[in-house]
Design a binder for this molecule. Structure first.
Ligand SMILES: [Zn+2]
Length: 563
């Protein structure tokens, strides 16, 4: 009898295991938003039940619509629509012949934990200090790192240079102004647009309780590093990194000198870095004004000084100098960074000179807002345009044009997403290195459009993109570490190489149709959304990066309960 009992327990445990054929947002859904699950099984399903996780009681039954082929993933998808279920709780789907799904929640604050983890991940990326994620994540810690800084010969200076603060960029330990620019800028926008609902959120970081909201405390850690990268003449160096990447070791074990790296010839600083810096410091001056006026003044002085340098040096592009092989973030066109600096400086100061620059130049960059491709680190033109419109720019004609462009693009994105198998905004061409960042930035674009012209469809489509990142994808994988019941587990992220589970709250880069590393090249070439492996070695599909997490944080903040 005993043996039989064990057999039955084993059988029921097997039967109860969730199937990756059912794809749900493993975090969950807002009570009054659309709720879909996607099913891609060998045999077509007819009906589904949504059951309560606490007692397995059926909460809702439904039937499937006709299946649709999704060419991006190769999946034949059936959609389960359980929008009618609005009661908060924890649930799972059960489909006869297919199995059960991972559990998910329905609640007004369903994304609070996801916001906390993804924003707090920046604390885990801190450089120049000991980091300890605390009792919630015991063992996730390291001693102070990268304390030795120096001017690289490409910087135009010699001798030691401070190496202080900042966030490690990605799976490596470099710090890059261009990528810090869009990341920190996105997070400052998150504060500016959704601050009411964020100011009480505690991130459990060393500064918690100091009277400044924690999101700003965390952002300041990177601003402080960025400020050390400005030369006396106002120009800003491209990056501070070793000459090459270190091995897969914890940050405090990396003994490579952290060099300030420049262009290798006069004027040594670069225009895109300086433009991004000016924009971000202007934003910081706005956001910190009511919490620390002297700091806001310092940021604004730095922004103005950077602007003056940029006016004199608008076209200094960066390429890695000889002997340097860390990330380049090279960008051949700095007109968009220049426009972003003008827009943010105008919004902060109201000075006519910045308004004039914006009005004279925005027309050439209007195409930055479109249905094909949201902003990215190399193209911040849309951020410039949106900031001018969101800040009620002086030129009414410009504001009207930008608003119209934003609404038109958002409507096209909504339409395209409604025809996508997973209801996401991606075109096949968007599955590039860091495609999950593209998904998140489409979400950001839709939410900005909603701020300019409220439309529930914009928000719902942003939510669809969020659902994809949190598990409603072909792999049935949550692409945020330690979030959901089936998260990815092997990011290309050096600190995570020495912990059992990866550091929490980190968004994976996601599928890369161009398969740019040997690990992902081991799988057969196929549909773009399938070109992903959950392996540490896959730097082109499974790295983490501060500029991908930032629009995720933005989207999550945008769907937290309004206060
Ligand atoms: Zn470090």
């Amino acid at each position: 009898m005993k043996r039989i009992a064990i057999f039955f327990i084993a059988l029921s445990a097997f039967a109860a295991a969730p199937t990756t054929d059912i794809k749900v947002d493993q975090v969950g859904y807002l009570p009054h938003a659309p709720k879909l699950a996607m099913v891609a099984a060998q045999t077509l399903a007819k009906e589904f039940s949504v059951r309560r996780a606490t007692n397995d009681a059926v909460a809702l039954k439904g039937k499937f619509a006709e299946p649709v082929k999704d060419p991006d993933s190769g999946d034949l998808i059936q959609v389960a629509d359980f929008t009618r279920l609005v009661k908060p709780g924890k649930y799972y789907l059960e489909i006869p012949g297919v199995g059960k799904s991972w559990t998910f929640s329905i609640a007004p604050d369903v994304y609070a934990r996801a916001f906390y983890l993804s924003m707090r991940s920046y604390y885990g990326q801190r450089c120049g200090t000991a980091v300890d994620m605390g009792p919630e994540f015991p063992g996730y810690k390291h001693a102070a790192c990268h304390l030795e800084g120096a001017y690289h010969e490409s910087s135009g200076k010699t001798g030691p240079h401070v190496s202080a603060k900042g966030w490690h960029d990605a799976g490596d330990y470099g710090r890059y102004i261009v990528n810090s620019g869009i990341s920190t800028g996105t997070l400052l926008w998150t504060w500016e647009m959704f601050g009411d609902r964020l100011k009480q959120v505690k991130l459990n970081i060393p500064e918690t309780g100091d009277g400044t909201p924690d999101i700003l405390n965390e952002i300041r850690w990177n601003l402080d590093w960025m400020l050390t990268m400005q030369d006396q003449d106002g120009g800003v160096w491209q990056k501070q990194t070793g000459e090459h990447f270190c091995g897969f070791i914890p940050p405090d074990k990396d003994t490579l000198v952290s060099f300030v790296i420049g262009t290798g010839k006069d004027p040594y600083k670069s225009s895109c870095a300086t433009g991004d810096f000016a924009a971000v410091m202007a934003m910081a001056a706005r956001s910190f004004r009511s919490f620390d006026a002297p700091y806001a003044d310092k940021c604004l002085r730095a922004a103005r000084l950077a602007w003056a340098w940029l006016e004199k040096n608008p076209n200094v592009v960066f390429r890695n100098p000889k002997g340097v092989s860390t990330g380049e973030y090279g960008d051949g066109n700095c007109a968009d960074e220049h426009l972003w600096a003008a827009a943010e400086l105008w919004r902060t100061t109201g000075d006519e000179a910045f308004n004039r620059y914006f009005v004279d130049h925005y027309g050439a960059l209007r195409k930055a807002i479109g249905p094909a491709g949201p902003p990215n680190w190399g193209d911040v033109g849309a951020l410039a345009l949106w900031s001018y419109a969101l800040g009620h720019g002086k030129d009414a004609q410009a504001v009207a044009a930008i608003t119209d462009d934003s609404i038109g693009a958002a409507r096209q994105i909504v339409d395209r997403s409604s025809h996508n198998g997973y209801r996401i905004s991606m075109r096949p061409a968007d599955y590039v290195w860091g495609s999950n960042g593209v998904v998140a930035n489409y979400g950001l674009q839709l939410m900005v459009a909603n701020a300019l012209h409220p439309d529930a469809q914009f928000v719902n489509t942003a939510l669809d993109n969020l659902h994809y990142l949190l598990g409603r994808n072909t792999f049935s994988l949550s692409w945020v570490t330690q979030l959901g019941e089936n998260p990815y587990r092997h990011p290309h992220h050096r600190p995570s190489a020495s912990t059992t589970e990866p550091w929490p709250g980190l968004l994976s880069g996601g599928p890369d149709k161009d398969r740019q590393d040997p690990a992902v090249q081991k799988i057969a070439n196929g549909p773009p959304a399938r070109m992903y492996v959950d392996e540490q070695a896959s730097y082109s599909t499974n790295e983490t990066c501060i500029n991908w997490n930032a629009p995720l944080v933005f989207m999550l903040a945008g769907v937290l309960p309004a206060k």
